[in-house]
Design a protein around this ligand. Structure first.
Ligand code: UDP
Length: 149
């Protein structure tokens, strides 16, 4: 079973989309194993988005992500990284398909509502940045065999 890091960004929280975003992942079949609201400080934001350091959108991106509370979560499931990215849609909400979170709720690449890890290595890194091991709850879902063959 794979894990991924997902977060409702400050615009999603301010716009009251937390429950809708979580619901999109739950209804897809992703299993929630950690969840918290938090404020990200500049140091954590710069670490989280370290791969974008030096790009023109880096400072506005960091300012945006620390501008208000976020809701961070860990999701579990077979191929959950890909599944969650599909639920989110393309990075730019204008290119994201209708039916995806970004396609349904976004208008601007700099306000795209949700983050999700893009690879197993970044998922591992981001889960460790945002969660202590004891904040992740292992539980067995009785529905599992109706979601995964
Ligand atoms: N971003 C931006 N302008 C850009 C590219 C990216 O504001 O031209 C922001 C956007 O919020 C995006 C984040 O930077 O979600 C990280 O970019 P990445 O390419 O990693 O996209 P993601 O993995 O979030 O889809």
């Amino acid at each position: 079973m794979e894990r991924t890091f997902v977060m409702v960004k400050p615009d999603g929280v301010q716009r009251g989309l937390v429950a809708k975003v979580i619901n999109s992942f739950e209804q897809k079949g992703c299993k929630l194993v950690a969840l918290k609201m938090m404020k990200i400080d500049r140091e954590l934001a710069e670490k989280h988005y370290g791969e974008h350091k030096g790009k023109p959108f880096f400072t506005p991106l960091v300012d945006y992500i620390i501008s208000g509370p976020v809701v961070a979560m860990v999701l579990e499931g077979k191929d959950v990284i890909t599944a969650a990215r599909n639920v989110m849609g393309a990075t730019n909400p204008l290119q994201a398909a209708i039916g995806t979170i970004r396609g349904d709720y976004g208008m601007d690449i700099g306000r795209n509502v949700v983050h999700g890890s893009d690879s197993p290595a970044s998922a591992q890194r981001e889960i460790n940045l945002f969660f202590l091991p004891e904040e992740i709850t292992e539980w067995s879902r009785t529905l599992e065999t109706w979601i995964f063959e």
